[in-house]
Design a protein around this ligand. Structure first.
Ligand SMILES: Cc1cc2nc3c(=O)[nH]c(=O)nc-3n(C[C@H](O)[C@H](O)[C@H](O)COP(=O)(O)OP(=O)(O)OC[C@H]3O[C@@H](n4cnc5c(N)ncnc54)[C@H](O)[C@@H]3O)c2cc1C
Ligand SMILES: NC(=O)c1ccc[n+]([C@@H]2O[C@H](COP(=O)([O-])OP(=O)(O)OC[C@H]3O[C@@H](n4cnc5c(N)ncnc54)[C@H](O)[C@@H]3O)[C@@H](O)[C@H]2O)c1
Length: 449
């Protein structure tokens, strides 16, 4: 039986950095992946999503200059965009494979199963390891209703050859809303059906409401508090039915009703690893209840956002722990962005928490209207900041196109505990969002000395 110091199960960003880094440090590592290297992010998530989103964002931006300089309408050729998507994304797993192999780590493609606390079976061969990292990620939840086989998931959508004329999204969460922001600029009819009574409840309610109003104004139809009962195929179209009697004809049904952990068939019972349908719980060192078995990334049962940067962070912590180095006991502030058009971003203490506690002060900064020349005419752009009693920034929310970049800057201000004096001592490029929207305002709000 082959012997390893560490076996990492899963080819995503919560896993491969552990195998590659530890191998470079002189340990013998094996990476087992049953799909493309880079996992969900590289082939089925962030990367193709943001590639496809870019021209839609440009279209939305261009529309803001209609009647004030720009003439004519931009038209998107989805087939050409898809060809570009495949061309750019397809080589990425191979590039990653070369990089991992250069570290000296072994890679085996196949589905891994633990047969004991120290052994992993793949392709009929057993391998022994002193330590094991489980990073098998999540997959789209499926609905148990008649016609569920007609419901496509996010991976299908990201590579769909021809954009449907009519599309129904099941769920009003991050995935549905990001894709609906594209769909409303392509399809004739975009409908969102959800069992909830709102969109994005985990974000600042003011911004969720603004986004809802924006999408409705663009033509997206929302149906709240609906329980799906069936999807029926009739010739070339589908009939989506709910328990309350709603019936919608469509060309494409996309299910995005949450993501569930890949815990089945992994042999967790044989290895004695505790898990549930929420995932695998760990301690602060990312160890499961079996101390030499770690869990990393989306597979974890945690309240920390399940994102690519948190997957990388956790992989880095596991490396440090295995090498016996000091590792952070807590997460830094975790920024996250919903890539709708416009974006919504959040980091640190939420507005809900801030508004319900005397420990915080929150301030809305309506910078879009004041800085039209800097925000490319985006009147709706806003920032809301949360300050603690000492005057340090501890949270922020952003609504607007540039949220992704601005939230990173605000995360830096939070993590480094910057004061007004720190910001005044720095020169920022101008005219920019970070200067006009944030530096300027924060200099008056942050702790002064
Ligand atoms: C549509 C979409 C868009 C997203 N957009 C963003 C975004 O903009 N920003 C962001 O930060 N995050 C985004 N995410 C989330 C991000 O992709 C995940 O948080 C990240 O990929 C988690 O990494 P991971 O390694 O834990 O899991 P994964 O990337 O899912 O990797 C796990 C891998 O393990 C494999 N596996 C499962 N079981 C086994 C087994 N038994 N043996 C071997 N291999 C196995 C799986 O096939 C998979 O390849 C998005 C996700 C989706 C679905
Ligand atoms: N920008 C990003 O960072 C990003 C982007 C996409 C995906 N992701 C990852 O994917 C996850 C989001 O996935 P998601 O959008 O599928 O889940 P979600 O939890 O964000 O939303 C699920 C939605 O489906 C609804 N729903 C649940 N069951 C339903 C049912 N039976 N019928 C109708 N509606 C139902 C919920 O009310 C909710 O509106 C994130 O947590 C993250 O891990 C991140």
């Amino acid at each position: 039986m082959a012997q390893y110091d560490v076996i990492c199960i899963g080819g995503g960003h919560a896993s491969w950095p552990v195998a590659a880094t530890l191998q470079k440090q002189g340990l013998q590592t094996l990476l087992i992946a049953n799909d493309r290297l880079g996992g969900t992010c590289t082939s089925w998530g962030c990367d193709p999503k943001i590639l496809l989103d870019a021209p839609f964002e440009i279209m939305a931006e261009a529309a803001r200059y209609r009647d004030i300089g720009l003439e004519g309408n931009l038209k998107l050729n989805w087939e050409a965009l898809q060809a570009y998507n495949r061309k750019v994304i397809a080589p990425l797993p191979g590039m990653l494979q070369n990089m991992i192999e250069q570290s000296g780590a072994q890679i085996v493609f196949g589905s891994a199963r633990l047969t004991s606390p120290h052994t992993v079976l793949v392709n009929g061969k057993e391998h022994h390891a002193k330590k094991i990292v489980i990073a098998t990620g999540r997959r789209a939840a499926t609905l148990n209703i008649p016609g569920a086989e007609y419901i496509r998931n996010s991976s299908d959508f990201l590579y769909t050859e021809h954009f449907p004329e009519r599309i129904v999204f099941i769920g009003a969460g991050i995935i549905s809303l990001e894709f609906a922001s594209m769909a409303v600029r392509m399809a004739r009819e975009v409908v969102i059906i959800t069992n909830g009574n709102t969109i994005l409840p985990q974000y600042y309610d003011r911004y969720s409401r603004k986004l809802l109003a924006q999408l409705e104004a663009e033509g997206v139809k929302f149906h709240f508090d609906q329980t799906l009962s069936s999807v029926v195929k009739r010739d070339e179209e589908y009939l989506v039915k709910t328990q309350s009697g709603l019936e919608i004809k469509t060309d494409y049904v996309l299910g995005a009703s949450g993501r569930i952990p890949n815990v089945e068939g992994l042999g967790l019972e044989e290895a004695g690893v505790i898990f549930s349908q929420r995932g695998i719980p760990t301690d602060e060192q990312f160890r499961t209840n079996v101390p030499h078995i770690y869990a990393s990334g989306d597979i974890r049962d945690t309240s920390i956002p399940r994102l690519t940067p948190t997957a990388f962070f956790e992989a880095g912590c596991i490396v440090q722990h295995i090498l016996g180095e000091a590792m952070p006991m807590t997460y830094p502030a975790v920024p996250n962005v919903v890539f709708t058009i416009p974006r919504i971003a959040q980091v640190g203490i939420s507005q809900k928490e801030a508004k319900n506690s005397d420990a915080y002060r929150s301030v809305d900064i309506d910078y879009g209207k004041q800085m039209l020349f800097q925000t490319r005419n985006e009147k709706e752009a806003e920032v809301a900041v949360v300050l603690n009693k000492e005057g340090y920034l501890v949270g922020a929310d952003i609504y607007g196109d540039f949220s992704g970049e601005l939230i990173n800057f605000l995360t830096l201000v939070i993590n480094l505990k910057l004061t007004a004096r720190d910001l005044r001592g720095m020169i920022f490029a101008f005219p920019t969002h970070s200067f006009g929207a944030v530096k300027f305002a924060l200099e008056n709000l942050l702790r002064q000395e």
